[in-house]
Design a protein around this ligand. Sequence first.
Ligand code: IMP
Length: 432
Amino acid sequence: MPCVVIVGTQFGDEGKGKIVDFYAKDADLVVRYQGGTNAGHTVVVGDDTFKFHLIPSGVIQGKKAIIGNGVVIDLEVLNKEIENLKSKGKDIDLLISDRAHLTLPFHKTLDGMEESLKGKSKVGTTKRGIGPTYTDKANRIGLRMVDLRHIYVLRKKLDFIVPFKQKILKKVFNSNVTISKKETLDYCLNLGDKVKGYIGDASVEINNTIKQGKNILFEGAQGTLLDVDHGTYPYVTSSSPTVGGALTGSGIGPKHIDTIVGISKGYTTRVGGGPLPTEMNDEIGDKIREKGKEFGTTTGRPRRCGWFDAVILRYAVRVNSLDGLAITKLDVLGGLDKVKICTSYRYKVRVVKEFPADLELLEKCQPVYEEMDGWGDLSEEKWREIAKDGYYSLPKELRNYLKRIEKLAGVPIYVISLGPGRESTICLKEIF
Ligand code: IMP
């Protein structure tokens, strides 16, 4: 009865959507466990491109999908995604945890205002209200999906929260923006009504599915370095993309997890503020950004690009107990004469091997690189052919690059991705 967790090992955007889609073919249930509409997964199937912010991308495979209690839900986006899938003729078997919290319109307003007030120290959030929603959750004043069932509960909660937020807007942010209790209530009632049928106890459903010996895939959003505990705090998101989040965000215990797979791009990207030790502020970085279409799925912002960072990968292996890796977008690096892997950092005369909590130190660290020969710039068609022919048809230089990553990580590579489509994938180990 395998339960598999898929986590991002970097700063999000590692290509998790594609790998989840790839493995979902053998899953009976797919579960999203944290984050909200800050995430964006793109899955390409034939001529169709699907973009998801909330619904687990495994639904495209016709799988039962669960949005766990750890996710924060923007009802407007959720409804759009459901309608979009329906319009493309997809049947949706979806269950949304009754314990999941709601991102309301004022959370988005507050996200923008908090960022402005932080000035130079802003996080560079997606402005989707994620931080303010998780703040209210931790502060025990949030609204949950279950509340949509009872108008009197909604009214009672909004009686407190609307004036409370209004005061904050006025007194902290000196803003004239008003929040209407009636509009917020109508928003919850109208949009909530459309999704009521999907709400239920996700933990019960997941645990029953485990008892039946079925295959479950847990998909994380964002990545290890954006984790509120293990990421580059304060330049992080407000949830737990690491493996622990899969447990608290879905309502299962650790004994049920069989396999944990970490997804890494063949290089590193980051969107928003915060440290990126291997950042390339040069032509190669620009080239990778263009070729890899490294622009945010949610916000369209250009992503910062850097060389592969094995210090970060080792850190992700440790905090997630990774069993194996999927390395994506290796086609994007094709055509470079030399490729680099950062194996450690140097701080003054000291070698730093473990990813530090201290951002002051990290800012002053220099990456220590190993340089390797690059491989050719091949067409999509050629990469597809190579994928079909398997691992040993990969260019020798690329195999050397992957072997080095494996060695530095200390765990094996399970999947190699050479392009956006399902057919540009080499699977070295099945997980179900
Ligand atoms: P928030 O999650 O919108 O609060 O943003 C916090 C930080 O996480 C910002 O640097 C965002 O750019 C980053 N972030 C949030 N979601 C994603 C994602 O799905 N991919 C990459 N970066 C993300």
